[in-house]
Design a protein around this ligand. Structure first.
Ligand SMILES: Nc1ncnc2c1ncn2[C@@H]1O[C@H](COP(=O)(O)OP(=O)(O)OP(=O)(O)O)[C@@H](O)[C@H]1O
Length: 274
């Protein structure tokens, strides 16, 4: 049993260098960051700064050139075997020939869970993401936002303590996107899952996160970590639509924006300079 104090993710001194013949791309250089159990952390930075690379390393889809990564105190490989995390990426990635319910049940089926238990779990998850009437539909009968909710339900199927999400709402219109953000806040509050979330949207990162990790390009490094809670926005589990109109929200968005553009804001609460 992992002690509750064990971090969900611990990344220490990680480099990822892609080498091909004489070319070398330093995608990540000396990256250290942790995500506590139940914490919501976003990665934000310009295109090509290594956000997806970092997420892929945590998900055991790639290995670091240097440094170490642990997930609940285990190697990423062991965490993957133990189904400690669920993954949701930008494209919902649903199988079109399967119904919504059987898409959600797929990870359980692959791990040998019996059909009655699978059905009970998919009913529960469909309700959680507000799609209880759509289990028998096929993905192409759903809107983009509904498909994303199915993908999130599938990522939650094995009750992971951690979600790895790479721009899951990037393809959605603004209204659906805000609705999905509200849903994700509720789901995280209900399940207590930690999240490592990649996004290009500063307001999305600030709305969802306890901390926003700001990265710089070439080589990808962490330049700042903005603590949204420390900036007066409270825990990520308590965010409601009213937060979007709060002065603290605009102030924190401005702080992240200025750090992205490389000029730290003097006197901003909750900003850890690195
Ligand atoms: N398999 C690979 N082989 C070679 N270079 C790669 C590979 N994967 C990523 N890179 C390079 O590593 C750098 C970081 O890429 P990555 O996809 O992590 O960036 P990102 O911040 O997620 O970008 P975006 O915001 O555009 O999705 C880029 O320069 C990219 O070209």
């Amino acid at each position: 049993m992992t002690p509750a104090s064990t971090a969900a993710i611990e990344v220490t001194g990680v480099d990822r260098i892609f080498r091909r013949r004489r070319d070398e791309v330093v995608a990540l250089r000396d990256v250290s960051v942790s995500v506590a159990a139940g914490e919501f952390v976003s990665l934000i930075g310009p295109s090509g700064c290594g956000k997806s690379t970092l997420l892929r390393l945590v998900a055991d889809l790639d290995t670091p050139t240097a440094g170490s990564i642990s997930v609940f105190g285990k190697t990423p490989r062991q965490a993957r075997r133990d189904q400690d995390y669920g993954i949701a990426f930008q494209q919902a990635g649903l199988l079109p020939w399967r119904t919504v319910a059987s898409n959600i049940e797929l990870p359980l089926k692959l791990h040998g869970v019996g059909s009655a238990e699978r059905r009970a779990r998919s009913d529960e998850l469909l309700e959680l993401v507000g799609l209880e009437d759509f289990g028998k539909h096929h993905p192409d009968q759903l809107s983009g936002g509904m498909q994303q909710r199915v993908a999130i339900a599938r990522a939650l199927a094995e009750s992971p303590r951690l979600l790895l999400m790479d721009e899951p709402f990037g393809a959605l219109d603004e209204i659906t996107r805000e609705r999905m953000q509200n849903e994700l806040v509720r789901i995280c509050r209900d399940t207590g899952a930690a999240v490592l979330f990649v996004t290009h949207s500063i307001p999305e990162a600030v709305f969802l996160s306890d901390r926003v990790v700001v990265m710089s390009p070439r080589p990808g490094r962490i330049v700042d970590i903005v603590t949204a809670g420390g900036a007066g926005l409270g825990s990520s589990h308590e965010r409601t639509d009213e937060v979007r109109d709060a002065a603290e929200f605009f102030h924190t968005v401005a702080a992240v924006r200025e750090h992205l553009h490389g000029s730290p804001v003097a006197g901003v609460r909750g900003v850890e300079s690195r």
